[in-house]
Design a binder for this molecule. Structure first.
Ligand SMILES: Cc1cc2nc3c(=O)[nH]c(=O)nc-3n(C[C@H](O)[C@H](O)[C@H](O)COP(=O)(O)OP(=O)(O)OC[C@H]3O[C@@H](n4cnc5c(N)ncnc54)[C@H](O)[C@@H]3O)c2cc1C
Length: 377
């Protein structure tokens, strides 16, 4: 048996890297175990950009989490001397009785967020990147922006290591054995023991803890980067990050950013492909492109140009699409951070803080009723 730790974190992806950091920062002897390298393309936390925003169509309950996350992203940037979050402003647009506009408006109003309500004329005047129907309205929120997921994972992992965490890579967790006062973890590289364990295995969580398989569903999604006839319409400063309602569900977009050519779009309801992460089809094909072009043709202003880059990715859904942030119902020394859906990344730092509290038996300073496992009983 290898060294003993206070807490083992299984999975050093978006959430796990942050959990390792927040534990290590408190002086907790932490081991993070990752089956691949740090920042890879097999899980949920890659693809150059993730939306950050304070207004939340998923519910006003998420606003305090986003506000705390914003402060913690800034803290991480200061600590790591690295830019992780770029502010671009954000637009949530749709018919006023649709879930995107009404959800963003409700969460902004209930939480007292600084926001603007824009009608179709104002949307057209302010944001030439979009060609929105005349009955669409928008909520503009200036604090929204773009997080680089790869750099966020790197910054959190490095900060965790600088605070004394041990990170083991290319080690796959095969078995978890909880005992009364400890948890034993067997990997293909060796065995480890700790007082507590935090599970943050992303789309693999249901494989490692099969009792969660029924409530954690990996779903394949795709994103693409497209050119427009007027590149100046699609730049940071002109185009905000956006979420736009459509009868197929909704799609989201980013201005041209980082190493890619063109603006990026994706949809949280792609082609409804569900299954085990390692068995979902991977790659990007014509059907994926057609799906994305539905949005570029319909809603972008002369933005149905060349598909310059494309990629697929997997997120994990719970039945109600809210996260799981809780202690295991049968094993009090195991806690679970899972089911972060297509909108979890922005919350990584605050999830790290919350899971460190949960693992250490401290009351988190947020109302987490929405995220209890018992809601699925
Ligand atoms: C295409 C796409 C677009 C998205 N857009 C946004 C967005 O704009 N804004 C936003 O906020 N969110 C967005 N999300 C959601 C967000 O990216 C995810 O919620 C988040 O990345 C989930 O992080 P995670 O740590 O749970 O999973 P991951 O980052 O996948 O981490 C899980 C880690 O566990 C490791 N692991 C698993 N099993 C084992 C094992 N047995 N042994 C060792 N290690 C193991 C994996 O290798 C992996 O590194 C998007 C997601 C996708 C896929």
């Amino acid at each position: 048996m290898s060294k003993n730790y206070d807490v083992i974190v299984v999975g050093v992806g978006g959430m796990g890297s942050s959990i390792c950091y927040h534990l290590a920062k408190r002086g907790v002897k932490t081991l993070g175990i990752e089956q691949y390298g740090i920042s890879h393309t097999y899980g949920s936390s890659f693809g150059d950009s993730r939306i950050f925003r304070l207004s939340q169509f998923a519910g006003a309950e998420y606003v305090p989490l986003a506000i705390r996350a914003k402060d913690l992203w800034a803290e991480l940037e200061d600590y790591s001397n690295e830019k992780v979050l770029t502010t671009t402003g954000g637009l949530d647009a749709g018919p006023d009785d649709g879930p995107i506009f009404s959800g963003a408006l409700k969460s902004s109003q209930e939480s007292g967020l600084d926001h603007e309500v824009l009608d179709a004329n104002e949307l057209k005047r302010r944001f030439p990147a979009f060609n929105l129907p005349s009955h669409y309205k928008g909520i503009y929120q200036k604090d929204a922006g773009i997080i680089v997921p790869e750099r966020a994972v790197v910054a959190h992992t490095r900060a965790a290591m600088q605070h004394g965490a041990t990170i083991t890579t290319y080690a796959t967790v095969k078995k978890i054995e909880p005992n009364v006062n400890s948890v034993k973890v067997t990997t293909d590289k060796g065995c480890y023991e700790a007082e507590k364990l935090v599970m943050s295995g992303g789309p693999w969580t249901g494989e490692i803890l099969p009792e969660l398989k029924q409530i954690l569903t990996p779903e394949r999604g795709c994103v693409g980067w497209f050119t427009g006839d007027k590149p100046e319409y699609f730049q940071v400063g002109t185009m905000p990050i956006c979420i736009i309602d459509d009868e197929t569900g909704s799609f989201y977009g980013f201005p041209e950013f980082g190493a890619r050519l063109g603006f990026k779009i994706g949809t949280n309801i792609h082609l409804k492909e569900y299954g085990k992460n390692d068995e979902l089809r991977r790659g990007f094909d014509q059907t994926d492109e057609e799906r994305l072009r539905h949005y570029t043709k319909k809603y972008m202003n002369k933005g149905n140009g060349v598909l310059t880059t494309a990629s697929d990715c997997v997120w994990t859904l719970t039945p109600d699409e809210h996260f799981i942030l809780d202690v295991h119902p049968n094993y009090p020394n195991i806690s679970i951070a899972a089911g972060f859906s297509g909108y979890g990344f922005k919350f990584c730092p605050v999830i790290g803080e919350i899971m460190a509290d949960i693992a250490l038996g401290k009351q988190p300073s947020f109302d987490l009723n929405l995220h209890k496992l018992s809601r699925f009983n």
